[in-house]
Design a protein around this ligand. Structure first.
Ligand SMILES: Nc1nc2c(ncn2[C@@H]2O[C@H](COP(=O)(O)OP(=O)(O)OP(=O)(O)O)[C@@H](O)[C@H]2O)c(=O)[nH]1
Length: 266
């Protein structure tokens, strides 16, 4: 609201008028009385006007403050919501990571870090289904460490664990990305070779056999030569994968019976 303050020239005019009306020489001027009344009316109205302007200014400031505080409150709420969204995102991410870690722990062997039996069963089921659908075979082998009891008895269980870890790395080192190996149990490993006929699978297992035999001085302790025996079987489209595993076991027993450190085919 514009101020009711008088301009310099208005103020001078009023001062001049007041001086004139106060002048004793003007006491008898017939215009003096109406001018005095008019001046009083003017001053009264001006005061009222100034009061109204003050009230209007106060209201204007109050409204602006309220508007500002509404904007601030809104900003505050938005910031609070953003913070909540960030917390919820972080919470969801850690839940996702936790569930991935749990799934990972449920499907891997803690000693060797390889897939565990449950994971292998899932992969075998998938591979058997694929094989049935596409009429393509796969090979699988059961590998058993030779005379492993002797390692434990001679060097202790902890050294035996180190040997199992070294063997796991030796197997992995010889496999392609889409092959799968895992700890089937104890000192036994399962190796799954998708779309691999027996002769090619035989060559892969020979490489693993040599890699295992080349492990020496695990943990600076073991000097005994390590070796492993393998039973290899090719999955037939129409058979259940547990039948393939049974045939692989038969081949493994044959490998053990034939003197160990070898690959036998079913
Ligand atoms: N250190 C260690 N030993 C294990 C683990 N799992 C199984 N074993 C041991 O592996 C040994 C397997 O022994 P056996 O089944 O008699 O077979 P082997 O001595 O390997 O003899 P062959 O299979 O006939 O060549 C047992 O002494 C088990 O205690 C493990 O996680 N860590």
């Amino acid at each position: 609201m514009p101020s009711t303050n008088l301009t310099g020239s208005d103020r001078e005019f009023l001062a001049d008028l007041q001086t004139l009306l106060a002048d004793p020489a003007q006491q008898d001027n017939p215009m003096r009385e109406p001018l005095v009344r008019l001046l009083e009316q003017f001053l009264g109205q001006r005061e009222r006007l100034e009061r109204l302007v003050r009230i209007s200014d106060g209201y204007h400031h109050l409204a602006r403050d309220q508007r500002l505080s509404l904007v601030e409150q809104y900003d505050k709420q938005v910031r609070r919501l953003e913070k909540l969204a960030r917390i919820s995102d972080r919470y969801q991410n850690s839940l996702r990571e936790l569930s991935l870690a749990l799934r990972d722990a449920a499907l891997h062997d803690p000693l060797t870090g390889l897939a565990n039996r449950r994971f292998l069963m899932e992969r075998l089921r998938e591979e058997a289904d694929r094989s049935k659908r596409l009429k393509r075979g796969f090979s699988l082998a059961i590998m058993n460490v030779d005379h492993f009891k002797h390692i434990n008895d001679e060097y202790g269980h902890e050294a035996g664990d180190l040997v199992l870890q070294a063997i796991a790395r030796a197997i992995e080192s010889q496999l392609r990305e889409y092959d799968q190996c895992g700890r089937w149990g104890g000192e036994e490993f399962l190796i799954l070779l998708p779309e691999t006929p027996l002769d090619q699978a035989q060559a892969v297992l020979e490489r693993i056999r040599v890699a295992v035999a080349e492990i020496n001085r695990v943990g600076g302790e073991i000097s005994t030569r390590l070796s492993a025996s393998f039973g290899l079987a090719e999955h037939l489209h129409e058979e259940n994968f547990s039948a393939t595993i049974s045939r692989a076991y038969q081949a493994l027993y044959a490998a053990k019976a034939a003197g160990r450190n070898r690959v036998e085919q079913a």
